[in-house]
Each structure stands twice: as C-alpha cells, then as structure tokens.
Ligand binder design. Structure first.
Ligand code: UTP
Length: 407
C-alpha cells in the first residue's frame, strides 16, 4: 500500500498518529511501517466499546462426565479404539506455544525453561518424552504441530533443531506462527512499538486453528486424512499427548470434541469450569462463576460443578472446518505494554493497553458437543505458570518426581 492510500485508511479509522514519525524514517523503515499498517485489522478496536456479553447463567447445568471409575472400567475398549485411530494416522497434535509466559518471568519461550534439577530437562523435552510413551505403544509417529508467536518463533525453531527434534522425525514436526492483532491504548489508539513498527501481540490461544489454516499447513491434515486434533498447552509438564484412552473415549462418544478435566480442589480454584449452557457445552472462567454456583452441592454433597479444564482438548477436524467461519469473540486483556511516546520508549508501571485474545475455551461451545473426560490431577496436571507458589516450577517438580521422572 502506498503512502497516500495509507493516509486515507488511517484517517478513516482515526489512527493517523501511526505516521507521526514517517518523515524521520529511512526508506526501509518506511516500507516496514507501511507493511505493518497494511496488516492491521482496524475493526478490532470496536471490541473496546462492546462490553463482553455476560453469559446467561439461567440455563446453566452440570455436564455429565466420563468419571475416573467409568474410564477405568472401559479403558481397554477405549485404548483399542484410540490406538486404531493413531495407527491409521487419523490423529495429530498441536502444542500451544505462542504465549508470552509473563507470569513465569523467563525471557525465552516457556518450552525452553529448564525444569530439571540435577540434569537439563526443558519443558519441551519433557513433553517430547510424554509423546514417546505413546508413539512407542503403536510404533508410529503422528503429525506434531508447534504453534509459536512472531516473538518466540526463531528461538523455538532453533531449540528444536539444536536438540535434534528430541528424536522425533523432522518431517512430522511442523512449526507455524500464530496470527497477531494490534495493541491499543485504553482509548483505542493503536500503539507503536518503535517509530517504524506497529505494536502487535499474538491473538490468543483460540487463534490456533485459524492460524494453522492461514499458515497453509492444515493441507497436510487433508492430504493424510487426519480427523482428530489433540490441542494442549505447553506448560503442563505431565500432559498426556495423544492419549489413546482419551482419543478412543471421545471417538466412541460421537461428540465433536473431548476435554480433559480434573476435579476441582476447592470451589474457588482458578480453573475454567466445564458445564452446559442452553444445552450446549460451555466453559465458565473462574472469575465469571458466581460464588453461589461455585459452592453449590448436589444431593450427594459433592460440588455440582466439579470439573475444571486443563487445556487438553481433542477436536474433530470436520466440525472445526464447519465452524471456522463463525468467528470467536475477542477478549480484552489489559496489560503493561512498552510503546513510543514523543519519540521515546516508555515502560509503563500500570496497565496501559489492551491486547485482543481469542480463547480456546470458546471453541468448545462452537463444537456443539463435548465429552468431559476426567483425569487424575496428580498424574496429569502440573502446570508451570509461576516461578514460585501455586502452579509453579516447585509444584511441577514435585509432581514430576511423584510420577517417577528423574529430575
Ligand atoms: P496462558 O493463558 O497461561 O498464557 O496460556 P501465557 O502467555 O503462557 O502466560 P502468562 O499469562 O503471560 O503468564 C495457556 C497456553 O496457551 C498458549 C500458551 O503458550 C500456553 O500454552 N498461548 C497463549 C498461545 O499459544 N498463544 C497465545 O496468544 C496465548
């Protein structure tokens, strides 16, 4: 786009300030800035004024789950089905590794964090070990996608290369960068990260499928007849990936997706709760769930809404393709973002900007039906979110040790 067209576009959208330093830039910098502006989805700023609709909790109901005891009773049948699908190449996996991991405070991709104590064991390395325990069961390899962000793509790629792809066949690992959205001030002005660069940030973990399609890499799924995608967060080091029992149970349930869930430790635990709203599966974030509902008990004295999601889902690819055009809502995340003011970089001490994020939890409702699949949290849920305290490096190490992982 040339400068004249860019000026018109910015004027139409009330963002003319993005060219404030244009006169000072070199030719290369001008080209970069114009390219950045051409990538802006201007309609995104409208989200700021549209208050997120509250979920209508009048029709909230618990979702029946495949409980630990039910799964144990049918595990051989589920496993057989899951291994059959894996052997037939109908399952692939996606690591969500596009996050910025701000709470952990590690300046590299979270997957590179050393969770080992007496030896080097990166989070990626541990996840690849978890994968090995499945591939060894059926003697094959599934396609593994790693979703990165523009910020951590290069580091992630070189880390896998340096580690020889952790012994996984290189032609089965695919890296793609997730899409981005501009970052705005609280009054809707798009920020500059440098005089010649627009501030962008990754568009949230809900962008994983549209970004995969936009990257062109989803063609591999079509070509190879992949029907299920196991999607999971990078930071749960006990994550079971392409777990045959989960795959088999979801496939046999005829649901469009499956969600691994754990029993909450207490009503206020900070996990999204899987439930049903208007007869459709839904996930209510802990901050959206009113106290009375969070604490409500059923007739046997158990929590009525006991199941928290752990960001491990299995999605049916045909249903994903049917729903891809119905856009996910964007959530506003208020963050501290460094940006250019009067020609200088300012590091704010208070949140000064909105990032726009789509969330994977919103995809579950779009899928129409979901199998809630209970797992033992001691064996499958060790998230590394913080450096210390709850869901931290310490707690994850304890759980890894409990599960016999040499640290
Ligand atoms: P979190 O919500 O924990 O975010 O992501 P985060 O960025 O990793 O960490 P904080 O909040 O800044 O401390 C849950 C999962 O979703 C991925 C993360 O990499 C993690 O696996 N994610 C998050 C993305 O892939 N893209 C995003 O834009 C955001």
């Amino acid at each position: 786009m040339n400068i004249e067209k860019t000026k018109t576009l910015l004027k139409q959208n009330g963002q003319e300030h993005l060219l404030k330093y244009y006169g000072e830039l070199s030719e290369i910098q001008r080209t970069m800035l114009l390219e950045d502006i051409a990538h802006i989805n201007f309609s995104i700023t409208e989200c700021i004024n549209q208050r997120e609709a509250d979920k209508n909790l009048d029709s909230i109901a618990p979702i029946p789950a495949n409980s630990l005891s039910e799964i144990a009773a049918r595990s051989a049948e589920y496993k057989k089905e899951g291994l059959k699908l894996l052997k037939a190449g109908q399952v692939a996996a996606v690591i969500l590794a596009g996050g910025q991991g701000t709470r952990l405070g590690f300046d590299k991709p979270k997957g590179m964090f050393n969770i080992g104590v007496t030896r080097r064991l990166s989070i990626f390395g541990q996840l690849m070990e978890n994968i090995k325990s499945v591939t060894e069961q059926y003697g094959g390899y599934f396609h593994l996608y790693v979703m990165t962000s523009e910020i951590n793509h290069a580091d992630t790629l070189s880390f896998f290369k340096e580690n020889n792809y952790f012994g996984y066949p290189e032609d089965k690992i695919h890296f793609y960068t997730q899409d981005k959205e501009p970052v705005c001030s609280l009054d809707g002005k798009i920020l500059l990260s440098e005089k010649h660069r627009v501030a962008f940030s990754p568009n949230g973990n809900g962008g994983w499928y549209s970004s995969l399609v936009n990257s062109g890499l989803s063609k591999i799924l079509e070509k190879d007849g992949v029907q299920w995608l196991n999607v999971f967060s990078v930071d749960n080091v006990l994550q079971r990936i392409c777990d045959p029992v989960f795959i088999g149970a979801t496939s046999l349930s005829k649901c469009s997706c499956g969600a691994k869930v754990v029993k909450k430790t207490c009503p206020e635990e900070r996990v999204g709760v899987l439930c049903s709203i208007d007869g459709k599966p839904d996930i209510i974030e802990y901050y959206e769930l009113p106290k009375d509902l969070a604490e409500e008990k059923d007739s046997s004295g158990e929590l009525k809404y006991p199941y928290g999601v752990i960001l491990n889902y299995l999605f049916n690819v045909s249903v994903l393709n049917q729903t891809i055009d119905s856009k996910l809502p964007y959530h506003l995340a208020k963050k501290k973002v460094a940006h250019i003011v009067d020609g200088k970089t300012v590091e704010p001490s208070e949140p000064n900007a909105y990032k726009f994020e789509a969330l994977a939890v919103d995809m579950v409702r779009q899928m129409g039906s979901c199998l809630a699949f209970e797992v033992d949290r001691q064996k499958e849920f060790a998230p590394v979110k913080n450096a210390t305290g709850v869901d931290s490096v310490e707690t994850a190490r304890e759980l890894l040790a409990l599960n016999g992982v040499k640290l």
